[in-house]
Design a protein around this ligand. Structure first.
Ligand code: ATP
Length: 213
């Protein structure tokens, strides 16, 4: 099983890295592919340019077995749709191997507004990582449609994911870290240090490039 973790990663921080490692280990994934988006479709555009977000990602995951930087969305023109990314992964990996799209609880809350959500579920499982803050945790504060989808597709065991290439939704408890890229950018913007919220090599790249000031 392969995890696919998409995001702006503007910048990548421990709130991405630790939950991804929790999923890698708990679900015994073969790999987690971090896929930075190029053009956001559901949120404001990233501040840092693609090549720097990729460099920060590579610095953050260096040496971690199973963590892979996957630049396919950065190479694609136009909006970065998860559906297109999963299609391109399927073209590479075939249609049999289980794929698990890792999403935070806040991202999952908007899932039905994504481009072709049911086709996404046809291509991959969803693993919803509990995220701190006001974002709805799975089962609470979700729209009736999303609750219905969770009732229909929800599962609570890794085996259910391993048994099919996609189609199931698993709510995975992960380490709760109240860290966001927005907070890191804000701290830097105020001339304050974001140290200990993200890996030092990532902070080094931010300082070198004068990002987020
Ligand atoms: P921003 O503050 O700029 O919106 P972000 O910190 O939310 O950024 P993204 O790159 O947009 O980071 O998030 C990518 C994915 O990681 C999303 O699915 C998001 O829900 C998840 N995520 C981000 N931060 C955390 C966290 N602290 N805990 C769990 N999941 C997280």
């Amino acid at each position: 099983m392969i995890g696919v973790f998409g995001g702006t990663f503007d910048p990548i921080h421990y709130g991405h890295l630790r939950p991804a490692l929790d999923c890698l280990q708990t679900l015994a994934l073969d790999a987690v592919r971090f896929v930075p988006l190029r053009v956001a479709v559901h949120r404001p555009q990233p501040v840092a340019p693609p090549e720097l977000r990729l460099a920060m990602l590579e610095a953050a995951i260096a040496g971690q077995t199973g963590f892979v930087a996957d630049p396919r969305e950065l190479k694609r023109e136009g909006g970065s749709f998860s559906f297109d990314t999963l299609m391109s992964l399927r073209a590479e990996l075939g249609f049999q191997r289980p794929l698990c799209l890792l999403v935070g609880g806040d991202a999952f809350a908007g899932f039905l507004a994504w481009y072709r959500p049911m086709d996404i579920l046809g291509l991959a499982h969803l693993v919803v990582m509990g995220r701190p803050g006001p974002a709805p945790l799975p089962g609470t504060g979700l729209s009736p449609e999303l609750k219905r989808l969770l009732d229909d597709r929800g599962c609570d065991r890794r085996d259910a994911l391993a048994a099919a290439p996609g189609g199931r939704i698993l709510c995975q408890p992960v380490t709760s870290l109240d860290i966001s890229s927005t907070r890191i950018r804000d701290l830097i913007g105020q001339g304050l240090s974001p140290r200990y919220l993200l890996p030092d090599p990532v902070l080094g790249l931010i300082e070198e490039a004068g990002l987020y000031r």
